[in-house]
Design a protein around this ligand. Structure first.
Ligand SMILES: Nc1ncnc2c1ncn2[C@@H]1O[C@H](COP(=O)(O)OP(=O)(O)O)[C@@H](O)[C@H]1O
Ligand SMILES: [Mg+2]
Length: 274
């Protein structure tokens, strides 16, 4: 009977890198429930997000590493996912139960920011993540309509607004408290308060990702949100036109100044057929 050395198995696993994080899976604590029984090795590979796009080749690389250990003839790798939380700087108060906040921003309206935020939220939920979407575009809340709520949908509880669920995503919007068609005319400090309320007084439950649809520009609501919350990163949406790109550059500069990493810029509506 083959005798498999457990330390040889760990050594082989240390040589496998996460394809995106470029660090070995042992130091990333992704190897769980390792079991060696005769010549069979089984384990769970705990991914850092259920939305990992490279699961197939990644799993295969781990299995091949196990099979390269002398005496191992069967390798069984199960996949799991455990989203890790992002802790911001100590002065930014975490949102209870929420692991990561992702801001979607642009410096211009109409470039597709809410469309991107909605699709991102639904796609992450579809992959198995626990997702919420906060409509922080207080003056022009479009998320309820985009998420399929009927006009005038109300969602309030005793304590204030509450999230309502569609497509597996918990949604909260100022639109849930406004009668149909009412515009919001709020000034700076009130917007700051509303944003704080949205973050800390809404019962989001446990979330892997809270996607925040910011209003366009470096307005009060965007600034309050970015200063208030421990945002893990921002996605900036732009269109290919020169003026839109100029504006997107400003949004990137704002996040830089507030020390929020920019995950990337999405160029939307690259083709326009008139
Ligand atoms: N890639 C796209 N193709 C076609 N229409 C789009 C696309 N992205 C956005 N739109 C449409 O453009 C309009 C503005 O998008 P929206 O997401 O509301 O922009 P923003 O939130 O930046 O103001 C909406 O009617 C939306 O359906
Ligand atoms: Mg919008």
């Amino acid at each position: 009977m083959a005798n498999v050395s457990e330390s040889a198995v760990w050594d082989a696993l240390k040589r496998v890198e996460d394809p995106e994080l470029h660090r070995d899976i042992v130091s990333l604590d992704m190897v769980r429930d390792l079991r060696i029984e005769d010549s069979s090795v089984s384990m769970t590979l705990m991914l850092t997000t259920p939305a990992c796009p490279l699961t197939g080749p990644f799993k295969e690389a781990v299995e091949n590493a196990l099979l390269s250990v002398p005496g191992v003839s069967r390798a069984n790798v199960a996949l799991g996912a455990e989203v890790r939380g992002h802790k911001g700087p100590p002065e930014r108060r975490p949102v209870e139960g929420v692991k990561n906040i992702i801001a979607v921003a642009s410096n211009k309206g109409g470039v597709g920011k809410s469309t991107v935020a909605t699709n991102l939220a639904v796609a992450l939920a579809h992959r198995g993540a626990k997702v919420g979407i906060l409509d922080a575009d207080i003056t022009g809340p479009n998320i309820p309509t985009m998420m399929g709520f009927e006009a005038g949908f109300q969602a309030r509880s005793e304590g204030g607004l509450r999230p309502a669920e569609r497509y597996g995503v918990r949604v909260c919007s100022i639109g849930f408290a406004l009668p149909k068609g009412t515009p919001v005319v709020w000034r700076g400090p009130m917007i700051g308060t509303a944003v704080r309320d949205f973050l800390h007084n809404v019962d989001w439950g446990e979330l892997d990702y809270l996607i925040v649809d910011l209003p366009p520009g470096t307005s009060d609501a965007s600034m309050s949100m970015v200063q208030e919350a421990p945002i893990a990163g921002a996605v900036v949406v732009s269109t290919p036109q020169t003026v839109a790109l100029e504006d997107a550059t400003k949004a990137v500069a704002m996040f830089d100044r507030l020390q929020v990493p920019v995950f990337g810029i999405i160029e939307n509506m690259s083709f326009f057929v008139a």
